[in-house]
Design a protein around this ligand. Structure first.
Ligand code: GUN
Ligand code: FE
Length: 460
């Protein structure tokens, strides 16, 4: 026996190691070591499998998923505004600048109160885990303390997390009651966040990392953008921001700099292989080439784009350009904390981009770009798992040796959410489609992060 194996999982698993493809591991045995990484995947036809199963059963370290249950990799959600959780689903008919001014800034300002922020953040992290998200990239509020608190909560609850303190220092763009005291203070606070979160990361099981987080160009002074760019160069920390999100933001930035977001951010040292750029529906071919060249990542937030961008991000083109792309729920620009919902929306909006939407116009004048814009369900599944791992440079998102074992167990046979079909159309692809399109949080029974059980809905 392999002495490193401390837990083994037997059942049927779906994953997508390659963009555009999925693999069905039917009746496979996955061995997990004492650090929570996958040692080996023993497939059904491996002659060793029966004896290993016996051995692990005897040792009492075998978890059997059971019939009608399937394992999926834990999701990687690469863009979430943690302090916006209390307003998820509210005010989405407003344009971005009003939504920020009237709702978001007043709400986020409340996270000065650490008791309030603890209540919200604990609830949010639990809700995300319950929906299968084992890795999440968070933007905190502009407050240092509550952002550090968020990192600690993720670590305590066993979720792998990247956490930033949002920087918004420009007195002309942000309300007096909610902004950084100065550019210098924002940079110092970000530096403190980096040290503190790295500290939490050292004792966390699945890992917690700091993120340099200028909110977006319009809310930041040149001085702070430069300071954060310098800090990125010094520390090599992750960076996240909103980029090319909407027409208003695009115009404001162009008026100020005579160039667009990607070049402004790049010139301040904020676009590199550790950068997560949220949204990007306005990203041109040329800007996309820059991202591909430096290795910057795009966080595709299909729900939020439908509300705030007046556009659909051309994800298929980004992939053809060689850009890394993951999916973000963008709570609360997107209302749903579920990556399942966002996988579905990623597929749906790509179809609107394909055809255009005004049926009163002739087919060839509806603004559709043709069928090389499609994001298939499997493409979106990849982005939510392996693509997210690739985006963050972390070994997560597939069931392959050397990857962290992040698992969600889907029960397809619940009385009120039965995904088993009627004995027709039951290929692995069909089964995966039913799971991705139809499952509810109820169907997700167990969630493991880095080999540890972080939620068991069958336990009570
Ligand atoms: N741009 C600046 N701040 C935000 C935010 O909180 N949400 C979204 N969607 N876009 C932004
Ligand atoms: Fe966002």
């Amino acid at each position: 026996m392999n002495r490193e194996v401390v837990k083994a999982f037997y059942g049927s698993f779906f994953h997508a190691p390659v963009y555009g493809e999925f693999e069905f591991l039917e009746f496979a045995l996955i061995e997990v070591n004492d650090k929570g990484y996958i040692e080996r995947v023993v497939k059904r036809n491996d002659p060793e499998q029966p004896s290993l199963l016996r051995e692990y059963r005897d040792q009492n370290i075998l978890v059997e998923l059971g019939f009608d249950r399937y394992g999926l990799p834990g999701f990687v959600d690469i863009h979430v505004h943690a302090p916006q959780w209390p307003q998820a689903s509210l005010a989405l008919d407003e344009p971005l600048y009003l939504w920020l001014e009237q709702r978001t800034f007043p709400l986020e300002s409340k996270f000065k109160d650490l008791e309030f922020s603890r209540k919200v953040y604990e609830h949010l992290v639990e809700q995300l885990i319950a929906r299968g998200s084992t890795t999440t990239v968070y933007l905190g509020s502009a407050h240092l303390e509550s952002s550090i608190q968020l990192a600690q909560i993720c670590s305590d609850k066993g979720q792998r997390a990247l956490v930033g303190k949002t920087v918004m220092d420009d007195p002309n763009a942000n309300p007096d009651y909610y902004r950084d005291a100065s550019a210098a203070q924002a940079v110092v606070d970000t530096e403190t966040l980096i040290h503190e979160v790295e500290d939490i990361g050292r004792s966390s099981w699945a890992g917690v990392w700091p993120v340099i987080t200028p909110r977006f160009v319009p809310s930041c002074t040149d001085e702070v953008l430069k300071g954060l760019g310098d800090l990125a160069a010094e520390t090599g920390a992750y960076i996240q921001t909103h980029c090319n999100e909407g027409q208003w933001e695009h115009d404001v930035v162009y008026e100020r700099f005579g160039k667009t977001d990607p070049y402004v951010l790049y010139d301040f040292g904020l676009v590199n292989e550790r950068s997560i750029m949220a949204h990007c529906p306005y990203l041109t071919e040329e800007e996309g080439e820059l991202f591909a060249k430096v290795g910057a990542v795009i966080a595709h937030c299909p729900m939020a784009n439908s509300y705030f961008s007046s556009a659909v991000a051309p994800i298929a083109r980004f992939r053809r350009q060689g850009i890394r792309v993951g999916i973000g729920t963008d709570i609360s620009g997107g209302y749903s904390p579920s990556m399942y919902e966002n996988i579905r929306q990623a597929v749906l909006v790509s179809r609107l981009l394909e055809t255009g939407v005004d049926a009163m116009l002739p087919e060839d004048r509806r603004g559709g770009l043709g069928n090389n814009t499609r994001v298939s369900l499997v493409d979106a599944f990849w982005m939510a798992t392996a693509g997210g791992g690739e985006a963050l440079g972390l070994p997560v998102g597939t069931f392959e040796p050397g990857r962290a074992f992040d698992l969600q167990v889907i029960d397809t046979k619940l009385p009120d959410s039965n995904l088993t079909g009627f004995g027709v159309f039951n290929s692995p692809a069909d089964r995966l489609a039913r799971i991705l399109y139809l499952s509810t949080p109820e169907n997700i029974r167990q969630i493991y992060c880095q080999g540890k059980l972080v939620r068991d809905k069958d336990a009570t």
